[in-house]
Design a protein around this ligand. Sequence first.
Ligand code: GLY
Length: 377
Amino acid sequence: MPQTDSLRRDSVSVDLGKRAYTIEIGEGLLEEAGALIAPLLNRPFTVIVTDENVARFHLKTLETALAGAGIKYASIVLPAGEKTKSFAMLADLCEQLLAAGVERRDRIIAFGGGVIGDLAGFAAAILRRGIDFIQIPTSLLAQVDSSVGGKTGINTSHGKNLIGAFLQPVKVLADTKLLATLPRRELAAGYAEVAKYGLLGDAAFFEWLESNAELLLRGDAQARAHAILRSCSAKARIVAEDETEQGVRALLNLGHTFGHALESATGYSNRLLHGEGVAIGMVQAFRFSERLKHCKPGTADRVAKHLKSAGLPIHMSEIEGSLPPPADLLNIMRQDKKAEGGKLTFILARAIGEAFIARNIPDSEAVSFLQEDFERK
Ligand code: GLY
């Protein structure tokens, strides 16, 4: 249940029994991280895992906060970018964590965006057969999505997030002040995941976003806090119901079947950020839903118009360079974790706010849709 106190601090609990934890949301939480983290540690020692960009702006603040609470720490700074979610970097990180003296009962801190959260979380899941970790997400994408719910992992040449583990963090601290240093492109990419919550299950939230996205993207603290709280509350509800994605959690993959294939096809490079792939993928999911007569004509255009106004790409033609033809994109999609018996599963929609899981979509339908979508300009 969400709670808000008078200092504009919000708290959302992820109700997972013995593995339950809270997401704290608010401005300036990083400065208080020492006091908030100290009670979670079994000894006053931790390791911060972060990337070069976050380190440049915010590492000192976290280190000072930990030191102020009497916590000794080591900091590991990795290269920024999706390519860091690799086997090679995982091995390197595990070696560095062991060299720093991390013991079985220690808790490490994933301090960064989705890449650092997924990689550090996966390292925690396998280090000494499993240690705990704390998430301090620094990007909008991580604050509303990837830091919550315990999905950790890396990419492989076969596709996105194909190696990983479920490991819930013991705490999430989302300091909304950190979003001020995000480049506009990163902020928009994260916004795609915010819009996702409206599109998949909350039409009223999507309407609110249609009126308030500009405010939020310009930096309005109240609009940001509201959107993050609403997104985290939606995610917490879904994760509590279906932690390991046996059913309803798959809805959180709206736009991701197409998006992950595009990310893979562009080599996890700067050509396409994860959230941008999700934005294009969500528009495709609605267009595909219209084509299959699940949803009213015009719905995809409304989705596209909104995402475009937030500065997001909405069509494959906006990706620089060439893309593989539809049949090859479909082959990349076959590695999607939702595929069953070689058949693809898509998250489609009956309307804005009414996504559903569509299994057994014939390949021929998906290829003709992609062909048609390629030709659309
Ligand atoms: N980002 C999708 C999920 O956490 O299930």
